[in-house]
Design a protein around this ligand. Structure first.
Ligand code: THU
Length: 133
């Protein structure tokens, strides 16, 4: 997989954002273990708290399409001068499907910084923690 393709898809997804209230478009593209790319954008609502982030739109779409195993996600917004990470809620939703995610924080010009879910969400609470002794 070329990272460039994943990055390009998250930039395209950002253009689909529905964000009339924040005017803060976000795009995400998830790479499955099988090599498929599933995208998402933020979807806002007049009842603001019902807004869904781009990352969660993408993962819910991926699950609904039958994917369960993921290796990477690229995320972008309109901020040009720094790399912006996924919100805490989205980190938690990602770790539900494993901690071994590469995360590509992407600027509008397509430049990116590679990090990981383990780095962004240390000591995560995950499904394994529900196991009782
Ligand atoms: N947003 C995302 O889509 N992903 C994040 O990780 C952070 C925030 C969206 C939610 C809202 O539509 C807008 O960005 C401003 O918070």
């Amino acid at each position: 997989m070329a990272v460039a393709e994943l990055v390009s898809k998250c930039l395209q997804a950002r253009d689909m954002a529905y964000c009339p209230y924040s005017k803060f478009p976000v795009g995400a593209a998830i790479l499955t273990s099988g090599g498929a790319i599933i995208t998402g954008c933020n979807v806002e609502n007049a009842s603001y708290g019902l807004t869904v982030c781009a990352e969660r739109t993408a993962i819910q779409r991926a699950i609904a399409e039958g994917h369960r195993s993921f290796t990477a996600i690229a995320v972008t917004c309109d901020i040009k001068d720094r790399f912006v990470g996924p919100c805490g809620a989205c980190r938690q939703v990602l770790v539900e499907f494993g901690a071994d995610w590469d995360i590509y924080l992407t600027k509008p010009d397509g430049s990116y910084k590679k990090t990981s879910l383990k780095e962004l969400l240390p000591l995560a609470f995950s499904p394994a923690d529900l196991t009782k002794n």
